[in-house]
Design a protein around this ligand. Structure first.
Ligand SMILES: [Zn+2]
Length: 232
């Protein structure tokens, strides 16, 4: 039993310094080319080096404004990671399929996993459809012959459902960033116990993780002690 690592790549240029934060917003809302000198996906790259060093495998979910560069794809292949869709435009099955196709064409790979950007509270980016409607994504993902849905609920004790053959859905995750977790009820010790008896999804965002050395260290220790798994 192990960790199912979920990495949501939300910001193309991270948050720091302020100029890169502005580029992140521009890329999400309009268009800004992927320029590595400005640190395009720099935090994800750093995280991938760390995972690859530890031989830990992860699901990495991309938005249409954080599509992986060639360098990132190479690191993904070297580490045996899985690419997933971080769904923004969830207005309909058609918009869902459009985003899946954009990601598949860009990466030249089939995509079997999906997570949703935002949990229904605020609008993040021009293409973002705010409501969080997991029952729809489950149906669409199965219809599109995908095999995994990772949901945004914050209670990590919820169990996964196997609604159909070759399809698994986790309604929630253990959010490592404490802002989204009931840290009294679910401290890191809870995760250490729980993931020793069943697979548990551990969710992180590269820039939030790496800006906090304590969190980075915690993450490294967790993957080292519990190991990681790819479900499909
Ligand atoms: Zn997101």
């Amino acid at each position: 039993m192990a960790l199912v690592i979920r990495i949501d790549v939300d910001r193309p240029y991270g948050k720091h310094p302020f100029a890169r934060h502005v580029l992140s917003r521009l890329s999400a809302d309009f268009f800004f080319p992927a320029i590595e000198t400005f640190g395009y996906l720099a935090e994800l790259e750093q995280l991938l080096w760390m995972l690859n060093d530890e031989k830990a495998r992860a699901y990495i979910f991309f938005r249409r404004c954080t599509l992986p560069s060639k360098g990132i794809l190479k690191l993904i292949d070297q580490g045996g990671h899985e690419i997933g869709l971080h769904l923004e435009d969830s207005r309909s099955f058609e918009t869902f399929l459009r985003e899946k196709t954009i990601l598949e064409r860009y990466t030249g790979r089939s995509v079997f996993a999906v997570s949703k950007h935002g949990s229904g509270r605020s609008k993040y980016g021009r293409y973002h459809h705010v409501p969080y409607e997991p029952h729809k994504y489950l149906k669409w993902a199965q219809h599109a012959r995908m095999s995994l849905f990772l949901g945004n609920l914050e209670d990590p004790a919820l169990m996964p459902t196997n609604g159909a053959e070759h399809f698994i859905a986790y309604p929630s995750a253990f959010w490592l960033e404490p802002a989204w977790r009931d840290t009294d009820r679910y401290p890191v010790e809870w995760l250490l116990r729980e993931a020793s008896v069943r697979d548990v999804v551990l969710l992180v965002h590269p820039d939030n993780l790496l800006e906090n050395p304590q969190l980075t260290e915690q993450f490294a220790e967790l993957i080292n002690r519990l190991g990681t798994t790819i479900l499909s």
